[in-house]
Write a protein that binds this ligand. Structure first.
Ligand code: PYC
Length: 428
């Protein structure tokens, strides 16, 4: 897509010198009474779906609605790690397509998403963990993914700050090394999709909360549920008619789906994260330790970004807790004793919609016209681009693309789970 002239290098330089105010990156427009598609959730998934609907299928009468500002949910609350070294063949193929789309994103959306393919290390502290790493490496290699098990000396070469001695409580026995993994600037991804979708005619409605999903003809209460057909959504800004509604929310996925009479096997847990003051760059890769329940990377600004397991209870709070900070500090210092003087600047939480098999729920539901792109657990940000691409294809072609056929809601009824827990960054 050719960028508008105001975003060309010359356009940016001219604006910088002239002091003119910056144009809006996406429009603020009146809500229309009807759309062809309404997407609930203005995060990476919802915006990417809108973008690919317009770009790949020419469907532009699309509204993305969000109850807050775009990127205010999981897309702005993750730790920005991307990778494709999953455990199941379905997971590997799916997340690898996402990585490809992330790789091409800066050029395609004309925005600096600061993608850094710096490599990703998942440490093994026990024989059982090493075995899982070997398993993952073999599944990965069979699909052409660069992923292998390395020994402690190689780990030390890649991340010199790690303590690989045998004197620690959880000695590092090896690691799964995935060179194409890395980090990317999550806000830029959201803004890039929003701007590009808007330029093709998609409307983005922030501060527009969905209060109900309008369904008729269903078998459940109020004519909702299986056998029904979507007719629109009721929002805090008024009703909108639409034959297709996509639930692309995280944290609220089960509540939104319940509005259409569709029950999801999801429990919602907060996942806490934290960031330190900036220091000189010393950590060249992403480091993950499942046994110590921590992962860490260093931003280009020099801050360390940490994440942990999901909290052990269902909750909708996105506040940090002291318990998390204490555990994080203890665990991370076992890995990197040299950073004991660093100070934490902030902490936060994001909401994770956990499914029983740690794989997402994507595609059609028993309510005609109501589609889901939900249940991302702790994998949502990585999957944003490929989810948008495949959900757009689902909507436009009314068929399920091969890449997401394994992730349908009906798998829970048929016992065809896609067990992806073994690829979680940390133990949950
Ligand atoms: O699965 O890589 C991962 C991850 C990182 C943060 C949350 N999940």
């Amino acid at each position: 897509m050719k960028p508008p002239a105001r975003y060309s290098a010359l356009g940016l330089a001219r604006r910088g010198i002239s002091g003119d105010s910056w144009p809006r990156a996406w429009r603020q427009v009146e809500l229309r009474p009807s759309y062809d598609v309404v997407i609930i959730g203005g995060g990476v998934h919802g915006l990417a779906t809108a973008y690919y609907l317009a770009r790949n299928h020419g469907i532009t009468k699309v509204a993305v609605v969000d109850k807050s500002y775009i990127g205010s949910g999981g897309s702005g609350r993750n730790t920005a790690i991307v990778r494709s070294n999953y455990l199941t063949p379905e997971g590997v193929a799916f997340y690898d397509r996402s990585l490809q789309l992330y790789n091409d994103m800066a050029g395609e959306l004309n925005i600096n998403v600061m993608f850094s393919r710096r490599g990703h290390l998942t440490l093994a502290h026990s024989d059982a963990a090493l075995r899982t790493m070997r398993w993952r490496a073999e599944v990965n290699k069979l699909q052409g993914i660069d992923s292998s098990v390395i020994d402690p000396a190689q780990v030390k070469e890649l991340a010199p700050s790690l303590d690989v001695s045998h004197h620690t409580r959880y000695p590092i026995l090896g690691a799964l090394y995935h060179p194409p993994g890395g980090i990317i600037r999550h806000d830029a991804v959201v803004w890039g999709y929003a701007r590009a979708a808007d330029a093709m005619g998609v409307q983005i409605h922030q501060k527009t909360e969905v209060l109900d999903i309008l369904v008729e003809g269903g078998e459940g209460p109020e004519g909702k549920g299986a056998g029904g057909r979507v007719t629109g959504v009721r929002t805090s800004q008024g009703d909108i008619a639409a034959p297709i509604v996509v639930n692309a929310t995280a944290g609220w996925a089960s509540l939104i789906s319940a509005m259409a009479g569709v029950e999801l096997p999801i429990s919602t847990r907060p996942l806490q994260a934290a960031v330190t003051e900036p220091v000189k760059v010393f950590l060249p890769t992403v480091v993950v330790s499942g046994s110590l329940h921590v992962y860490v990377s260093q931003t280009d600004r020099g801050e360390l970004v940490f994440g942990a397991s999901v909290d052990p209870y269902n909750n909708y709070s996105v506040r940090g807790s002291l318990e998390f900070t204490e555990e994080l500090a203890g665990h991370v210092l076992e890995l990197m004793p040299g950073i004991s003087k660093m100070r934490l600047l902030r902490q936060w939480a994001g909401l994770c919609d956990m499914t029983p098999d740690y794989s997402p729920i994507m595609g059609f539901t028993p309510v005609e016209g109501f589609l889901c792109d939900v249940g991302w657990g702790t994998y949502g940000f990585k999957a944003g681009p490929v989810s948008g691409e495949t959900m757009a294809e689902c909507v436009a072609t009314k068929s399920v693309p091969e890449l997401i056929q394994a992730f349908g809601l009906d798998r829970f009824g048929h016992g065809r789970l896609v067990g992806e827990k073994g690829a979680a960054a940390v133990g949950h």
